[in-house]
Design a protein around this ligand. Structure first.
Ligand code: ATP
Length: 306
């Protein structure tokens, strides 16, 4: 009986891991459960990422046939660069990320990675090339170490420690009596939004994908956490093509390009200094936030993740 129990127990573990991963992805993308099933094209090939250039070319998209969400969106993220997207709630920021991950297909136009249309590559190869840092990361009921190692289960101990260091988590972990052995998750220590996001960043560092989608946490952070997040973000986006849904001006300031979205269109693009100089939407957002002393790039109340 014991012989039967051990594999069954292992199976239970695998099942829990898979289920948890799905929950993560669903939460990340704010999926509602009635998503269309995207299938691989019969001729689909594995995506080959040589440099990591991403391009949205005249993309039109709506979740429903009678309601257009993205209108003629074109931009590119050169390999290794960071593009930050800002705009009011509902402007279509997260939709860009969902399309890049191919949860939906565009209605018109195309999205390419190193010239390969993402509709013509296998979903497995596409998704394993993209690391995702959601606003709200799910932690398993397990130790912090195992939660970090989830990024790459075959990572060595030293690699996990190094990823934690790069994600600016080390100081926090050392402040815990049980350090890496601290139990976290629903039944363990609850981590703050910023700490959870750094766990997700450490997982991506371990997974080491060429592309990154990051949905910045909207929760307000004290300045120490803010600095830690910024440092972690710099590490994870270094030499990775990154699409960041930005809620903080401190993040946009460092981005190579900022896209300002309004009603599904890109209404401005440029770097921080250029956009301030244009005295348009971005400059107004910036001024507004400085006036209210809040560093969150939002014009409307939060209505949930992505
Ligand atoms: P926020 O900052 O609040 O997350 P956002 O700019 O990321 O907003 P999106 O999540 O991209 O906005 O949503 C753009 C529009 O698409 C919104 O009007 C939203 O209601 C709609 N939308 C999002 N997901 C779905 C869905 N699964 N089905 C139908 N409409 C959707």
């Amino acid at each position: 009986l014991l012989q039967l129990f051990i594999p069954l127990n292992a199976l239970g573990f695998v099942y829990r891991e898979i289920r948890q991963a799905l929950v993560n992805v669903e939460r990340l993308f704010g999926l509602l459960g009635d998503e269309p099933v995207i299938e691989d094209a019969p001729s689909a090939k594995a995506l080959v990422v040589e440099k990591g250039d991403v391009r949205f070319d005249h993309v039109h998209f709506g979740y429903r046939p009678n309601r257009q969400i993205l209108r003629n969106v074109s931009f590119s993220i050169p390999a290794g660069h960071t593009v930050a997207v800002v705009g009011a709630s509902g402007a279509g920021k997260s939709t860009l990320a969902r399309l890049l991950f191919r949860f939906y297909d565009v209605n018109q136009g195309s999205i390419t990675i190193d010239g390969q249309d993402i509709r013509e590559v296998t979903q497995d190869s596409l998704r394993s090339a993209i690391g995702v840092v959601p606003q709200d990361t799910v932690l398993f009921n397990d130790t912090l170490f195992r939660n970090l190692a989830y990024g790459r289960p075959d990572a060595s101990e030293e690699e996990v420690y190094q990823a934690a260091r790069m994600a600016h988590l080390e100081q926090f972990i050392h402040s815990l009596p049980d350090g890496y052995n601290t139990q976290v998750g629903e039944r363990g220590l609850k981590l703050s939004g910023g700490e959870k996001q750094r766990v997700a960043i450490a997982r991506v560092i371990l997974k080491n994908p060429p592309l990154l989608i990051l949905d910045e946490a909207t929760s307000s952070l004290d300045s120490l956490s803010e600095q830690a997040i910024l440092g972690a973000l710099k590490e994870v986006s270094r030499q990775r093509t990154s699409l960041v849904i930005a809620h903080r001006l401190s993040t946009t300031r460092d981005a190579d390009t900022i896209l300002v979205m309004e009603g599904g269109r890109i209404v401005e693009s440029g770097n921080h200094v250029e956009l301030l100089g244009q005295k348009g939407h971005y400059a107004r957002l910036w001024e507004q936030q400085h006036r209210i002393g809040d560093d969150v790039v939002r014009q409307a109340p939060d209505h949930g993740p992505w």
